[in-house]
Design a binder for this molecule. Structure first.
Ligand SMILES: [Zn+2]
Length: 257
């Protein structure tokens, strides 16, 4: 049994065969797929999917690349959407200093708002942190991360920063890039205890090495589990069980798993 803790199945890429994609995943033992929103519209879609498919859970939030386009009432709308029983996290949120589609001060303000919302609702956060590490935590303020947990998804940072994230009580999310040849993420995965690791696909992006060239989908999360098992020198069953348990604990999913 496996969990895909980050998949954008609401994207148009899946409009023609979403049922088949979810069925393939469920048949392969993927009992839980978390679909984060990137703005109000996609958060609404994520919730709709979570009510359509029993394996899908929703997260609601405004992606750092979208916060510049968000209206003043959007965070209130996200707070409202978060009350849906299928919403198990706030996100995705965070900082993106690679694309910088949104001004940095706008990103910081929005990220703080999401962290405060998560704390007030007792929900974990799904964090997108790109091209930013310790400095990002400082800019936002360490106190905003206190009293909450979450995942730094699609982790692309240094070993030191991964250790920092774990020391803050957060999890580290690994996906397709872990399987790429000469991936620098192997070192990070090696350094982090398995009980702090989550696996994900970030579908439709970042297809694992074996299927590169194809659209990514949740069933390929198995490739990430296999690679993590290889790095950790453990059986893939241990990776599956531990990452599933981590997912259920973090997101409060009583999956019957
Ligand atoms: Zn994402």
């Amino acid at each position: 049994m496996l969990c895909d803790t980050h998949a954008h199945l609401d994207f148009d890429d899946f409009d023609n065969d979403r049922d088949a994609v979810v069925e393939r995943a469920e048949k392969a033992g993927i009992s839980c797929i978390i679909n984060p929103g990137c703005d109000v519209k996609t958060s609404v879609k994520a919730i709709r999917l979570s009510h359509t498919y029993k394996s899908i859970y929703a997260a609601v939030g405004i992606h750092p690349n979208s916060v510049a386009d968000a209206g003043p009432g959007d965070i209130l709308e996200i707070a409202h959407l978060a009350s849906d029983p299928r919403v198990i996290a706030i996100g995705e949120t965070g900082l993106d200093f690679y694309r910088k589609r949104s001004p940095i001060d706008v990103q910081i303000r929005a990220f703080r708002g999401h962290l405060e919302l998560a704390k007030s609702l007792g929900l974990p956060v799904i964090i997108h942190f790109r091209d930013v590490e310790f400095g990002g935590i400082e800019l936002v303020g360490l106190r905003y991360f206190e009293g909450i947990s979450g995942v730094f998804h699609c982790f692309g940072g240094s070993v030191d920063f991964a250790r920092k994230v774990v020391s803050m009580g957060f999890y580290v999310g690994f996906d397709g890039p872990l399987t790429f040849k000469k991936s620098d993420r192997e070192e990070v995965a090696h350094a982090i205890p398995l009980d702090r690791c989550l696996i994900e696909t970030d579908s439709p992006f970042l297809t694992p090495q074996k299927y590169r060239g194809n659209r990514n989908e949740p069933v390929y999360v198995h490739e990430v589990a296999l690679k993590l098992a290889e790095i950790k020198c453990v059986d893939v069953i241990e990776v599956s069980e531990t990452t599933t348990r981590n997912t259920c604990e973090l997101f409060g999913i009583d999956s019957g798993i």
